[in-house]
Ligand binder design. Structure first.
Ligand SMILES: Cc1cc2nc3c(=O)[nH]c(=O)nc-3n(C[C@H](O)[C@H](O)[C@H](O)COP(=O)(O)OP(=O)(O)OC[C@H]3O[C@@H](n4cnc5c(N)ncnc54)[C@H](O)[C@@H]3O)c2cc1C
Length: 455
């Protein structure tokens, strides 16, 4: 390749012949980060303006704020207010480069990567690739339901929902109408609970305005959870309050129930219950996703990668894992750290500092997780909070949830858009425009990134 870079600008000098992906020639150690989620971006922030060349790879050109996916799915927010372009994020960071490519394989013996766009070498490799939806091998469910692990999933859910509500107004078949207006959410963790609460509020406040021909009882929302409580990682107080909030919003909560089959029209549970529903949203599990090349022996439960106390992948000298993908197994954390944004951010920051210390031959301390507490919201003015000894719910928990989420969203413009939308909806119960822009086809393999829309 003839086009080359120096100091991150394109010049006449040659690219390293070992790299097929054009990168500036540099004498600095090259740190390649795969994945610009919470973990990858926190690490970029630590390494900006430092004596390293940072190359961030992501298969999207934007960071996604996953905790608010459900608000895009229920038309409360537009997608561009919760995603943020990497190039804007790294604007002005002279030592940081972004390359849009999916990393397909790691070749540790040659310190190189194979990506969808070409190969590249690294001195230090950071895996921050997160997770995708885990259907636990249930092909029928995977084929007909929608997960919520990508902004495209949220848009699919939104279109599925709006199209099915429109179709319900067209059909004269009562059974068909029931199926079109029944929603089943699987998984009673924060994502499932928040989605159920938002749908219930849609049913209470939006349905009567947009679809005056329907009684609000037409839309049934079911939340199915396999264990005997919701939000099982939070306190008992938070779990029981959440159950009450959802029941008050007419959500039908089924505990100790697991889905065993779904044909796109009827959900079957392990205990033999059946629910007619053309809308199934799956939030019941995630599994690690990462490129090929890591030895099987270092992969543990949930398809996570086992690391030592310094987040180094066991068996490798210069490969590290952070965020949802990493499993730091210890006496205190036999299942690894919780797969939440705080873990990812803290690990990204820690590893940014550690890598600089390793490069400078300085000692490094083991990673220590500081639990800052948990929050979940169930609807307007309703949330639960576990902050150490302080466990509370209601308006102040909701206010805290709103502030924490608003502060965490990347980009000033995005914060402004989300804040503005929330204020409008606080006073008016109005959501953003509910437009069916593309025709979502509820056929098989709905979770695939392509092919869900007719063009
Ligand atoms: C619906 C939902 C709600 C949530 N709510 C909360 C909440 O309220 N509070 C909370 O703390 N946590 C919440 N979480 C969890 C939180 O979002 C995750 O813990 C966090 O995103 C993990 O960060 P990460 O950086 O490890 O991975 P991610 O944020 O998933 O980022 C991984 C990145 O890697 C990229 N990538 C993956 N594979 C490749 C590849 N091969 N090549 C190139 N790029 C690749 C992806 O495009 C992505 O940008 C929620 C998650 C979901 C799905």
């Amino acid at each position: 390749m003839n086009v080359n870079h120096s100091n991150n600008t394109i010049t006449e000098t040659a690219c390293k012949v070992t790299d097929e992906i054009c990168l500036p020639d540099s004498n600095l150690p090259r740190v390649v980060i795969i994945g610009g989620g919470f973990a990858g971006l926190a690490m970029v922030e630590k390494l900006k303006h430092k004596e390293v060349q940072v190359v961030l790879f992501d298969k999207n050109n934007f960071h996604q704020f996953q905790p608010l996916f459900y608000q895009v799915a229920t038309s409360a927010l537009e997608p561009d207010s919760i995603v943020f372009p990497f190039r804007k994020q790294i604007n002005g960071y002279k030592n940081v480069l972004f390359r849009l490519a999916e990393v397909e394989e790691i070749q540790p013996s040659s310190n190189s990567l194979i990506t969808s766009k070409g190969n590249v070498n690294y001195d230090y490799l950071i895996l921050a690739t997160g997770t995708n939806t885990n259907f636990f091998g249930m092909d029928s469910v995977e084929s007909h339901s929608l997960g919520m692990k990508d902004i495209r999933d949220s848009l699919n859910i939104r279109h599925m929902m709006l199209q099915n509500l429109e179709q319900a107004a067209i059909t004269c078949d009562e059974k068909e109408r029931d199926a079109l207006t029944n929603f089943v959410i699987v998984g009673g963790g924060p994502a499932g609970v928040e989605m159920a609460g938002a749908l219930a509020e849609f049913c209470k406040y939006i349905l009567p305005k947009d679809y005056p021909e329907y009684p609000s009882s037409i839309m049934n929302i079911y939340l199915i959870e396999a264990v005997d409580e919701l939000l099982s990682t939070m306190s008992e107080k938070a779990s029981s309050k959440t159950l009450k909030y959802l029941k008050d919003l007419n959500v039908k909560v089924l505990l100790n129930e697991a889905v065993s089959n779904y044909d796109g029209n009827e959900v079957t549970t392990k205990s033999g219950k059946t629910i007619l529903a053309k809308n199934l949203i799956w939030t019941a599990g995630v599994k690690g996703q990462f490129p090929n090349g890591i030895d099987e022996e270092h992969i543990v439960r949930g398809n996570r990668i086992k690391t030592d106390a310094n987040l180094k992948v066991e068996g490798y000298e210069n490969i590290f894992a952070i965020g949802d993908i990493a499993a730091l197994i210890s006496k205190d954390t036999p299942k690894g750290h919780p797969q939440v944004a705080q873990t990812a951010i803290q690990q990204g920051k820690y590893l940014g500092d550690s890598i600089l210390n390793i490069i400078n031959n300085k000692a490094i301390k083991p990673f220590e997780y500081k639990d800052k507490g948990s929050l979940a919201t169930v609807g307007k003015r309703k949330a639960v909070a576990d902050l150490g000894k302080f466990k509370f719910s209601g308006y102040f928990a909701w206010l805290l949830w709103s502030i924490v989420h608003l502060m965490s969203i990347s980009g000033f413009r995005n914060k402004l858009m989300v804040g503005f939308n929330w204020v409008v909806s606080y006073f008016s119960y109005e959501k953003s425009n509910r437009l069916i822009i593309r025709n979502f086809k509820p056929t098989s393999s709905q979770t695939k990134e392509s092919g869900q829309y007719e063009s």
